[in-house]
Write a protein that binds this ligand. Structure first.
Ligand SMILES: Nc1ncnc2c1ncn2[C@@H]1O[C@H](COP(=O)(O)OP(=O)(O)OP(=O)(O)O)[C@@H](O)[C@H]1O
Ligand SMILES: [Mg+2]
Length: 478
């Protein structure tokens, strides 16, 4: 590993006195330093040495400093550049920073400024190296798969490593259906994508459908496709997901919200691998793998007659459970570092230091929103932090959750969210005189999902003439 305690510095400036003076200064401060007074000599030194820091004059007689900066950044992206400008050259400085210069200094140079700039660069480079090491160690997937799924997959806890091994096994057996369970934000969808993109069918379609966001009436056509004219709005023939995902993967997200009435049809399609489009009679053979995900206990729903046992058995050939982040706290630090890297690049705000107290505090937090919440908290912290260091106050956690490892019961953002959901559901029901199908349609969820949410929140619909009675075909114990 490169030692960033000893920086190698190159000073490129046409003034010989200036470069010699700086060179001596760096040497005396324990750095390895080089000087060049022509652009050609500069490139020559860059090509032969592992330079970490380039001190570059904005104005050189033969070439514009900004062009050199651009070129150096393209050839050696890991070299940091500090620009040296004359007084009153602010526009050039701004341009230089935009082009990726790390810092700038004014002539005449004060040694104190130089000292500060050097310390900053050194710390930054050390952090960059740490981030790179962390990523090498804790990213469990290759760059190719990372590109396909659009995310890193980070973790070092025994639980996450075992999950990754299971996903690798699942990817080898493409006729095995996989059920992924875990709280919201634990990474169920990432695992589903990893299984698909690590499999030999990665070139084929990965189709994802969220069972709670599609209305019951459209569901059949979504899965099976339809023939032109089979219902109002069917203006042309359409392939359904079962067909589109031939030799690929169909990801059924929030499977618990799959309407009970459609479950037998889905089961038959999965078992027989032969489907017919809505309004058609022609059988179509198709071969697909089902990966489903839920944060509900499906066995409990089976016991309550809300989910079919035979379908559960079909979906559940391999079960992968992702534990909540609070039960695998070793993953917090590598995830945090990965997210810092992602957002500091996106927001263009290099972070040089993370207070140890941040790690300690996050380890104690219960993370009701799991990895997604950590990601959001990190983005927010980087946007709001002053300077280049992340401190405890940059992560404002809901107070009640700081000491308590169990999810909050009241008084926090989650409760507000629940109240908001109740309000929205009531409004939608009010607006359509309590017709659940219409309300579900207007909310963009299935009637089944609406009824489940109403039960969960204890929302009852009271008929004017018969107070206390529930409307709708299904009884409503909450
Ligand atoms: N191990 C991980 N490494 C990197 N990022 C992760 C990891 N796990 C989750 N994430 C990130 O957290 C966010 C949520 O992940 P994902 O959507 O897969 O969760 P989910 O379990 O499907 O959530 P929900 O139940 O709400 O649909 C995503 O931004 C994802 O990139
Ligand atoms: Mg999801």
């Amino acid at each position: 590993m490169k030692n960033y305690n000893i920086l190698q510095v190159l000073i490129l400036d046409d003034e010989i006195d200036f470069t010699e003076e700086l060179k001596d200064y760096f040497q005396n401060s324990g750095f390895i330093s080089f000087s060049a007074n022509t652009v050609k000599d500069g490139y020559d030194i860059l090509s032969k040495n592992e330079i970490d820091l380039l001190i570059l004059d904005v104005r050189l007689p033969s070439e514009n400093g900004l062009d050199i900066l651009k070129n150096v950044k393209a050839l050696y992206p890991n070299i940091e550049v500090i620009m040296v400008s004359a007084h009153g050259d602010m526009d050039t400085v701004i341009q230089a920073i935009r082009l990726g210069a790390f810092d700038y200094m004014r002539k005449p140079l004060r040694f104190i400024d130089l000292q500060i700039a050097l310390e900053r660069t050194q710390k930054y480079l050390q952090m960059q190296r740490k981030l790179a090491d962390m990523e090498e160690k804790h990213s469990l997937i290759t760059k190719n798969i990372q590109t396909s799924i659009g995310h890193h997959f980070i973790g070092k806890s025994p639980q996450i490593i075992e999950i990754f091994e299971l996903a690798k096994t699942a990817s080898k057996y493409s006729d095995v259906n996989v059920l992924i369970t875990g709280e919201s934000g634990t990474g169920k969808e990432i695992i589903a994508r990893i299984i698909h993109y690590m499999s030999q069918h990665s070139e084929n379609y990965f189709g994802a459908i969220n069972c709670s966001s599609i209305t019951e009436s459209l569901m059949e056509s979504e899965f099976f496709g339809h023939k032109k004219g089979s219902f109002t709005g069917a203006i042309s023939d359409k392939k359904g997901l079962f067909e589109v995902c031939h030799e690929g993967t169909l990801f059924l997200d929030e499977i618990a919200d799959m309407p009970y009435t459609i479950q037998p049809k889905i089961l038959r399609a999965i078992e027989e691998k032969i489907i017919t489009r809505v309004g058609d009679t022609k059988p179509i053979r198709t071969n697909f793998r089902i990966i489903s995900a839920t944060n509900y206990d499906l066995q409990k729903l089976v016991d309550e007659n809300k989910f079919r046992l035979d379908l559960l058995h079909r979906l559940n050939t391999l079960h992968i459970h992702i534990p909540p982040l609070r039960e695998r706290t070793e993953d917090i630090a590598p995830l945090l570092i990965d997210f810092i890297e992602e957002f500091s690049i996106k927001i263009n705000k290099p972070i040089q230091h993370i207070s140890e107290k941040v790690f300690e505090m996050l380890k104690k937090y219960s993370f009701p929103g799991n990895v997604r919440e950590l990601r959001n908290l990190t983005e927010r912290a980087i946007i709001l932090c002053k300077g280049n260091s992340l401190e405890v106050h940059d992560f404002p956690l809901p107070a009640i959750n700081k000491k308590n490892l169990t999810p909050a019961k009241s008084g926090d953002a989650r409760v507000n969210l629940v109240q908001k959901e109740i309000e929205i559901i009531r409004k939608a029901l009010d607006a359509c005189e309590y017709n659940q199908s219409v309300a579900a349609e207007s909310l963009g969820i299935s009637r089944h999902a609406l009824i489940r949410k109403m039960r969960k929140h204890g929302i009852t619909i009271v008929k004017q003439e018969e107070p206390g009675e529930m409307l709708g075909s299904e009884s409503a114990g909450s």
